[in-house]
Ligand binder design. Structure first.
Ligand code: 4NP
Length: 168
């Protein structure tokens, strides 16, 4: 990942987490990453957002199971679903896809490949990456949502550890 060498209060790092519906995985990632930023007192250095590559759930709050698990772990999910737009590729310093399908959806918005350095996958940062995808929990039970929380938590910890080194 190379999008910005130096993060400062004047030049905060803008990060957007992206899944399909923007109601389960990416709101969880947004909430967890913001929570970790808050715990470290790094709020001035980061701007955190999320979006979905589909328009299915625009305007909705995060899924109730996602919110329930997050709350149990002291994480608040505040997002309202929005669609990821091509302009977001210019706006954000990195765009973090939850799985390969959404990674491809994002790449397909980057017509001439000028943003390829800033499009990454969440599990690139997971110490236990398995197949590299954060599994879609939408049609399953509570266990799937718990699994998403755990995967995203450890991936966000590793990502923030790396980004902290760029703060000046
Ligand atoms: P998400 O989960 O991409 O993690 O927000 C989904 C939410 C909704 C649908 C699929 C996945 N859906 O098909 O409506």
């Amino acid at each position: 990942m190379n999008p910005k060498n130096t993060i400062s209060k004047e030049n905060p790092f803008k990060i957007c987490f992206v899944c399909l519906g923007n109601i389960c995985r990416s709101p969880t990632a947004e909430g967890i990453f913001q929570h970790l930023v808050n715990e470290k007192g790094l709020q001035p250095y980061f701007y955190v957002d999320s979006a979905g590559t589909s328009a299915f759930h625009i305007g909705e709050r995060a899924n109730s199971k996602s919110r329930q698990i997050a709350e149990k772990n002291g994480v608040e999910l505040k997002s309202r679903a929005r669609r990821f737009e091509a302009e977001d590729l210019d706006e954000f310093d990195i765009v973090v896809a939850m799985d390969s399908e959404n990674y491809q959806n994002i790449v397909s918005l980057d017509d001439n490949g000028s943003y390829s350095d800033k499009i990454i996958k969440m599990r690139d940062y997971d110490p236990q990456p398995e197949n590299g995808d954060v599994p879609d929990p939408y049609y399953g039970g509570m266990d799937g949502f718990r699994n998403v929380f755990d995967i995203v938590y450890r991936s966000c910890e590793a990502l923030l550890d790396e980004l902290e080194n760029q703060i000046k």
